[in-house]
Design a binder for this molecule. Structure first.
Ligand SMILES: [Fe+2]
Length: 186
């Protein structure tokens, strides 16, 4: 399995002209995904930390491109990452928006699910609750009935992922806000 290291991942983000606020968001999502991943590993879950790290860093690789030219940033991003040879990371990039519903119904932990969930807990660079993150998404993108329906669908998906993850852990989801508040400036 080919996985880019941090230096390469950041270089790729810059190569696609992502501004610093997007890069900072990606760094925070990677941190949250790895934090959750390490806790899950302690419960015996076989999840790849390097894949969570690279997937978190690169999940929004096409964000800026899609702001400029339109299109689905998850699909465009997955193509970019596939084309440079990181297929396993590309799966995570695509799944951070388009999570295979069978993964949810199976209730199994995988890297796609953890990065998708971590992204739903990071508003810009702050770790927040799903409620707060989606409130922001509704405000920013809930312009019509179709988009409101889609965001609502993603919110329900987020709650489902939260249950799958935290049913295995000893901490409550809200604890993440407290843990990451200590280093909110990084
Ligand atoms: Fe994101």
């Amino acid at each position: 399995m080919k996985i880019p290291n941090d230096k390469t991942a950041i270089k790729i983000l810059k190569q696609y002209h992502n501004p610093v606020h997007i890069i900072r968001h990606c760094v925070k999502v990677a941190k949250v995904a790895v934090f959750i991943g390490n806790m899950l590993r302690e419960t015996g879950c076989n999840i790849s930390i390097p894949l969570l790290q690279a997937g978190g860093l690169l999940h929004d690789v096409a964000k800026y491109k899609s702001v400029l030219y339109g299109g689905d940033h998850a699909i465009i991003g997955a193509k970019i990452i596939t084309d440079i040879g990181y297929e396993d990371v590309a799966r995570i990039v695509e799944s951070h928006v388009h999570l295979d519903p069978t993964l949810l119904s199976a209730g199994q932990i995988c890297e796609e699910l953890v990065v998708n969930y971590a992204d739903k807990r990071v508003k810009h660079t702050s770790v927040v609750s799903l409620e707060e993150r989606f409130e922001d998404l509704f405000k920013r993108y809930g312009h019509n009935e179709k988009s409101i329906k889609r965001i609502d669908e993603l919110y329900r998906q987020g709650l489902h992922m939260e249950k799958i993850i935290f049913d295995r852990l000893d901490i409550k989801p809200i604890k993440l806000n407290i843990i990451f508040r200590r280093n909110c400036n990084d």
